[in-house]
Structure formats: structure tokens, C-alpha cells
Write a protein of this length. Sequence first.
Length: 465
Amino acid sequence: LFPSELRRDLRNYVNKVVSHVYPYVEITFHEYQLDNSFERSEAFGSIERYLSASSSKRAKRLKANVIKGCKSVFLSMDENEEVTDEFNGIKIWWTSGKKNNPQQPAFFAYRRDEEKRFYRLTCRREHRDIVTNIYLKHVLDEGEAIAVKTRQRKLYTNNKSNMWSSIIFEHPSTFDTLAMDPEKKEEILDDLIAFSKSKDYYKKVGKSWKRGYLLYGPPGTGKSSMIAAMANHLEYDIYDLELTSVKDNTDLRKLLIDTSSKSIIVIEDIDCSLHLTGQRKEKKKEESKEDNKDPIQKKAKEEEDKMKKGSEVTLSGLLNFIDGLWSACASERLIILTTNYIEKLDPALIRRGRMDMHIEMSYCCYETFKVLAKNYLDLESHELFETISRMLVETKMTPADVAENLMLKLDKENAEICLNKLIKSLEDAKEEARVKALEAGKKKEENGEMEQENIDAKENSVMNA
Ligand SMILES: Nc1ncnc2c1ncn2[C@@H]1O[C@H](COP(=O)(O)OP(=O)(O)OP(=O)(O)O)[C@@H](O)[C@H]1O
Ligand SMILES: [Mg+2]
């Protein structure tokens, strides 16, 4: 009856009128933003998690997904279900649905139906600003937080072919089981929590969202345990970077770009990895010699040097990374270096700003011992504690050694036997230290005598001459 043009005009007109009086705003979030996109929309995932956590109690028809390798069941709203949410007294409606797209090209036809899903938010028009500016951010943040909590965390290591391979990370160490000075522990915890919450702050000051910790101290004082405790506390993944199997700076960069957000990048025993220490100083010397050479020649020389050395990661490559040049592409990372010898490291590597916090893990003190006694023996106090406290001042013993003594190994062992075992070990250690000191003293004396003899001999020869 109607000419098609007129019909179209009329429909447009009706739509306009309806949208003018219709008091609601609708926003749709598709699972795949573009029809030809393979990448699942992050927002969709966050909304799904948010709704399943906050509204699934209210939705009547739910869909269960069992996550692979995980024992929990993940409930989400079924299709065409509606739930309401409240935010600051505002009512928001969410519906889930499926998009039917008959014109979908055959190429994408293998996609399962459920992969064309969407969530639609409806709110009153006058709430539009609050919903788009504040509520949606809240939903996305919450959704992301849920994802972090429920995901299985991984421990990644780099292999020879310059890729990360992962296993599930299940280290039992936590800040509760970590034995160290309680004040220091508190300080570290506060620092970590402040970091994990300061996304906006880092953005504001234009820094990439990362933080560096240097853990140093003798073997067996809990450096690796501390890293595991940090990862457990923040629920981050760990990337354990073995620098010696990274070929050169380019490979290093690639590995680093491959790391995900919310992770800790760990380089253990940095003093043993490569010749990072002092290398820069040598280079500087060379450079000043070559300052008057023209740049092309210089570059050629550098390349040649690199080839000769069989190309490897350099200190400056590592510094570049730590400075966030390459970590700028993604955020929320901790970088942790550990070493047994802090004095061996190039100061450039550990200056403040690169390594924000230097944490010393040291020999067992009384406070440390008390935590271990509580963890291993369930003991808060005992008459032998005083003796042990005194002995720990006199004798250096690592928490690892103390823990070893406190471990209940045989059925017949009890707390008192363990404490006595520890006292015995402390006595032995003290004796050992005494003998060592004596020997060292003797050697020094001998050396001193020898030097004196040398001087005497020289004087004699001068006199004779
Ligand atoms: N501070 C500590 N609190 C609790 N347990 C500790 C502590 N220090 C050491 N241990 C115990 O000793 C073991 C070895 O500690 P850890 O591997 O953390 O030492 P480390 O400092 O990393 O040593 P290394 O320098 O040799 O790598 C741990 O498995 C843990 O059980
Ligand atoms: Mg270690």
C-alpha cells in the first residue's frame, strides 16, 4: 500500500518520537564487539562475573559452568533473564540475550550460538550520567576483582626457546607463616596493599604501575618464601625469569611483553646472573676513549663486540625494562630481585626509583623465632624461650636452620624435645663460630708475622747495600 520510501520515513519518525518520550536509556554489551572479532570483550566478561556474583541470587533461571581444573561451579544468568541491581539508590535493570544474525558469513558459522550473547543495561534517563560514569566503572572493577580471585594462579618460567611455560602456583607460604620482625612485616604488607590500590594515582603522576623490591640476605633467610607470600597475598602470578637462558636484550624484551598484568617478575640471585655487575663501569671507560670516533664507526664496533661475546642481556637492557619503557604496555607488576650479596650489585640497578624498597632478610632473631615456634609447634611461650632468646643474640642462625630444628619429625617428638634440639644446635653453631674465629685470628697473625719478616729482610738488604 505504502511506497517503501514513505514507510521508511514514517518508521524513522515514529522511532524519533518514541525515543523522545521513552524515559529509559539502554546500553548493550556484546560478547564480541565486532562481528569479525575473535577477541572476547573484556567488559562482557566483567559484567558476566559481576552479575553472577551480585544478582544470581535474584535471578530465577541460572546457567552453570564448571571451570576446568577448578572445583567450584560458576553460575551465570540464563538467556532472556532479567535482574535488577541497585546502586546509590538508583535502580538498574540487566537483561541477557542472544543475538541472531542470519546474515552471518559462513566463515563464522562454526561459532556456537552462545557466543553471540549480549547483556543489556536499562536505566532511567535522568540517571544516565551516574550510570555511565560511576556505576559502569564499579561493575567493571568488581568483575575484574572477581576474576582475579577465582582464577588459578600460575608460576611461569622461561625456557630455552624463549617462551614462558607455566605450572599451577600453589606455594603455602603466607605472611602469617613468614617469620620476621613484625614491624618490618607490617611495613611491607602496607606497602603492597597501597601499591595494589593505587592504579589511579600512578596514572595521575604518569608512572607505569609497577614497584620494585630488592630482597637481600644470606641463604635460608626466607627471600623466596617472602616472594611466595607476596604472590599469595596479592593473588598475583609469578614470572620466574632465569636471565642466564635469555639470549639477548631483544629476547628479554619479548619475554617481558609477554607477561600479564597482576604479576610478579622475579629475578633470583641477580648477582650470579650474567656479568651484570660492574659491566657498565667498564663500558663507560671504553666509551670515553672512543668519544672522538664518529658514530657510525662506534655503532659498528658495538655490533662487533656483541657478536664476539655471543650476544647476551646487558645491564642497560635490564635497566631499560625496569624503568618501565617496555612495561608501559601493561600495568600492575611487581619486580623483585634477590641477592645474597647486595654490595656486589651495580648501584644503578638498585637505586631508589628502580628498586623502591630494599628489604633485608636476616638471621633469626627472637621475634622471628617466636613466629616459627608458633607455626611449627603451636607454642606461644615456654620456659626455654628465654635461653633461646639469649642464645640467638650471641649466635647467627638462619630461620631455615631454626625451622629445621623445630620440625616435628618423629611421632615421639614433642615441643620440648624440639626446643632442646634447637638449643643444642645453637651451642654447636656457637662453638663452630668460635673455632673459626680462632683460626682466622691465627692466620692473620701468621700473615702479620710474614709481613714483618719481609720488612725486616728488606731493611736488612738496604742496610747491607
Ligand atoms: N623467614 C622465614 N620464615 C619462615 N620460614 C622460613 C624463613 N626463612 C626460611 N624459612 C624456611 O626455610 C626454607 C628456605 O627458605 P627460602 O628458600 O625462602 O630461603 P632464601 O632466602 O630464598 O634462600 P636462598 O638465598 O638460598 O635462595 C623455606 O622453605 C622455609 O620453610
Ligand atoms: Mg631463594
